[in-house]
Design a protein around this ligand. Structure first.
Ligand SMILES: Nc1ncnc2c1ncn2[C@@H]1O[C@H](COP(=O)(O)OP(=O)(O)OP(=O)(O)O)[C@@H](O)[C@H]1O
Ligand SMILES: [Mg+2]
Length: 308
């Protein structure tokens, strides 16, 4: 039984009523649907939202169709940071007042954004019919995007874990600050020990140069290797501490848009290359479905199904 069939059975299994899933081919087809990448961290304020938006724009410039899922349920959401007007959120879907396509907003340089707000958890309480409708909408979305970046928020709360589990690749943003490293370690530990996730990518932010980035990576991976055998960590690269980025934040614009030649902009481009290269090497089938299934059905069975 493939994943889509299982999904349909699971959703239908809540009652004997039969609802129709349209466009079923899209759910089960191989190599279809975006690669799902979580941008996450243990500690807050380490640069996740800036990474998500700048790398999103950089991927879009490479011809990829990018969707950012703003899953940070805190206050500093993407729309506020980048001065985008949000009229509707997932909450409107929960209330049955809007469809998914109506809540997606256009961000910088055509990057699409789903503003999450606090309605995400309520998605698992939708009725069976509503879930089927949403899955059909998500199925249509799958064909419109190549990469979905999730800005997960910080910490080890159930929300952060929840979104990380749905992603195929997890980029843990870390700064050289000791608390950022210990909090990243705590996040990796929870993901591994409770959910069996074995693979992570580390992005060193706010470092001097590649050398400092590498040293952050080596320090963390050494400790992870010692206490969590079986966990592997890739080095996704570094973003330098850059005054241009801070200036861009105060202008409420992505740095890659207002300072394309800045050192941080160049690093965001490298990171976009890394993500695109990784997606080309992997068959992403199944993971986008897994993500939406988690979101809608509240399936928290964990496990690193991606095997990457
Ligand atoms: N590479 C960088 N160089 C200089 N400053 C940076 C850099 N990255 C992030 N910052 C600073 O850190 C601040 C926080 O960044 P951002 O909002 O992206 O973090 P976050 O991890 O999303 O935070 P939260 O956990 O609150 O969602 C930015 O406003 C900016 O001032
Ligand atoms: Mg943020």
């Amino acid at each position: 039984m493939d994943q889509a069939t299982g999904l349909r059975k699971m959703v239908r299994g809540e009652s004997r009523k039969v609802y129709r899933l349209t466009g079923g081919g899209g759910l089960s087809a191989k190599k279809r649907g975006p690669r799902v990448v979580a941008i996450t961290s243990g500690k807050g304020g380490v640069g996740k939202t800036n990474v998500a938006v700048n790398v999103g724009v950089a991927c879009q410039r490479m011809g990829k169709r990018v969707l950012i899922f703003d899953a940070d349920l805190g206050l500093a959401n993407i729309d506020i940071i980048f001065g985008i007007t949000v009229r509707h959120t997932i909450e409107d879907i929960v209330r049955g007042e809007k469809e998914l396509s109506q809540i997606i907003i256009e961000g910088p340089e055509g990057v699409s954004i789903i503003p999450a707000s606090s309605g995400v958890q309520e998605l698992s309480y939708l009725t069976e019919g509503q879930k089927i409708n949403l899955l059909n909408e998500f199925d249509r979305l799958n064909r419109k995007f190549d990469i979905m970046l999730i800005d997960t928020g910080a910490g080890i709360s159930s929300n952060v874990i929840f979104f990380n589990l749905g992603a195929e690749q997890r980029i843990v943003v870390v700064t050289p600050e000791p608390t950022s490293m210990t909090d990243a370690y705590a996040l990796i530990k929870v993901m591994f020990s409770r959910h069996g996730v074995k693979h992570f990518c580390l992005l060193a932010n706010m470092v001097e140069d590649d050398q400092e980035g590498m040293s952050v990576y080596k320090n963390l991976s050494r400790v992870v290797g010692r206490f969590m055998g079986g966990v592997s960590m890739d080095y996704a690269g570094f973003i330098p501490r850059d005054a241009c980025l801070q200036e861009a934040v105060s202008r409420r614009q992505p740095v890659v848009c207002c300072h394309p030649q800045a050192t941080s902009s160049k690093s965001f481009k490298d990171l976009a290359n890394y993500i695109v290269r990784e997606s080309a090497n992997k068959d992403g089938a199944g993971n986008i479905q897994f993500f939406w299934r988690q979101l809608l059905c509240g399936v928290r069975d964990g496990g690193d199904e991606s095997g990457d």
